[in-house]
Write a protein that binds this ligand. Structure first.
Ligand SMILES: [Fe+2]
Ligand SMILES: [Fe+2]
Length: 373
């Protein structure tokens, strides 16, 4: 499985994750073979990328941090909350609180807390998905910091509402407007309002609206600031500017001690997989490989299935390397879809078969012929 830009999507590829429309109905099921008119429809909806099954390694089981159903419901609630705030200038806190509880339950139930997916979202839902993603990223960072249940709840509430001010005003004022919107509610913790107010403040004092610095910034706001920055890099409004997770996490780390609190950057990076499952990567010794597994707490040390020799030549079996064990091996870069096409990888329609510890391809076409007699 790998993420692929719509512009690189080809007829005949197989979807590895279900795609939903703007109201949460299934648009295309996982397993669907891509046809020309599907690509057109996805483009119309402004969906920037999808996940397809990787021809080299076949289907991979990936655990989800947030189930599709919870994500869809959260996006729906945030959308309603924003629409309502536009008219009534009030927030329905009860609904937001309920959905944050569901997000927390889902995250607590996830065996590893690794972020391995980028969310597939249509243009119309981009902003609401951003709010939900920032909440998820903030919560898992809070868990690394061992915040208690109540604090995680307030952090999640603040993070999901961090940009609520944008329902009334765009530009820098969305921080102050958001603060006042949230503050009106007697039932909500004031820390949540501070997240909206301070999520553009920077550790070095270069942020807004007040130019607060270091410990003057509320911890929840400082965490949300990192989550917000990261999500805007991997899921930007202009999808052509989308970064790979490893590039985005590098940018976050580069701001450690500048824009962001060093300890919080460290906690944040713990759960982000820079090379998500399905990534085609080049390792330092030369060969290309596909990321097929991740270790909890060691996101930079994935398990890789090699698919070429050290010169990029084809090989007929695919050895696995576990970077947690092979300490001298590391990932150099992610290979883009264009590069991949140029290398001619993944052209085979065959299915990978593992037999007696050996890997070989079974050609789908041959298999069908055999079945048909
Ligand atoms: Fe903001
Ligand atoms: Fe934001």
């Amino acid at each position: 499985m790998r993420g692929i830009e719509i512009s690189n999507l080809k007829v005949g590829q197989k979807l590895a994750r279900t795609i939903y429309d703007d109201v949460g109905r299934v648009l295309l099921y996982k397993g669907t073979i891509i046809k020309r008119n599907y690509i057109k429809r996805l483009q119309e909806l402004g969906i920037p990328f999808v996940y397809v099954e990787d021809e080299l390694v076949g289907p991979l089981e990936v655990e989800e941090l947030l189930h599709d159903s919870v994500r869809i419901q959260s996006v729906k609630i945030i959308r309603e909350t924003v629409e309502k705030a536009k008219i009534s200038k009030e927030i329905d806190i009860r609904k937001v609180s309920e959905i944050v509880n569901k997000i927390l339950d889902d995250i607590f139930a996830s065996p590893s807390l690794l972020v391995t997916f980028q969310e597939i979202t249509s243009k119309n839902l981009h902003f609401y998905n951003h709010c939900v993603s920032v909440a998820v990223l903030a919560i898992i960072t809070g868990m690394v910091l061992r915040l208690d249940q109540l604090k995680l709840k307030n952090l999640g509430m603040g993070a999901i509402l961090h940009d609520i001010g944008k329902s009334l005003v765009l530009g820098k004022d969305h921080t102050v407007v958001g603060f006042n919107l949230i503050r009106q509610n007697k039932d909500i913790n004031i820390a949540c309002a501070h997240v909206a107010y301070q999520h553009h403040e920077r550790y070095d004092g270069q942020g807004y609206p007040r130019g607060l610095k270091e410990e003057q910034i509320h911890q929840f706001a400082a965490i949300t600031a990192i989550a917000d920055y990261y999500d805007n890099l991997v899921n930007p409004e202009v999808s052509e500017e989308r970064m790979f997770p490893y590039q985005a996490i590098e940018r976050v780390v580069a701001e450690s001690g500048l824009a962001f609190h060093p300890q919080l950057v460290k906690a944040f990076s713990r759960n982000i997989a820079p090379y998500p499952i399905g990534s085609l990567v080049r390792i330092n010794t030369g060969p290309l490989g596909v990321v097929i597994g991740l270790h909890k707490n060691f996101p930079t040390r994935p398990i890789i299935k090699l698919v070429t020799d050290e010169y990029g030549g084809t090989i007929d079996y695919f050895p696995e390397v576990d970077l947690l064990k092979e300490k001298t091996i590391f990932v150099n870069e992610i290979i883009s879809e264009k590069e991949r096409d140029r290398l001619g990888l993944g052209k085979s329609n065959g299915k990978l078969i593992i037999e007696n510890g050996e890997f070989r391809f079974e050609d789908e076409k041959l298999k069908n012929e055999n079945v048909n007699g």
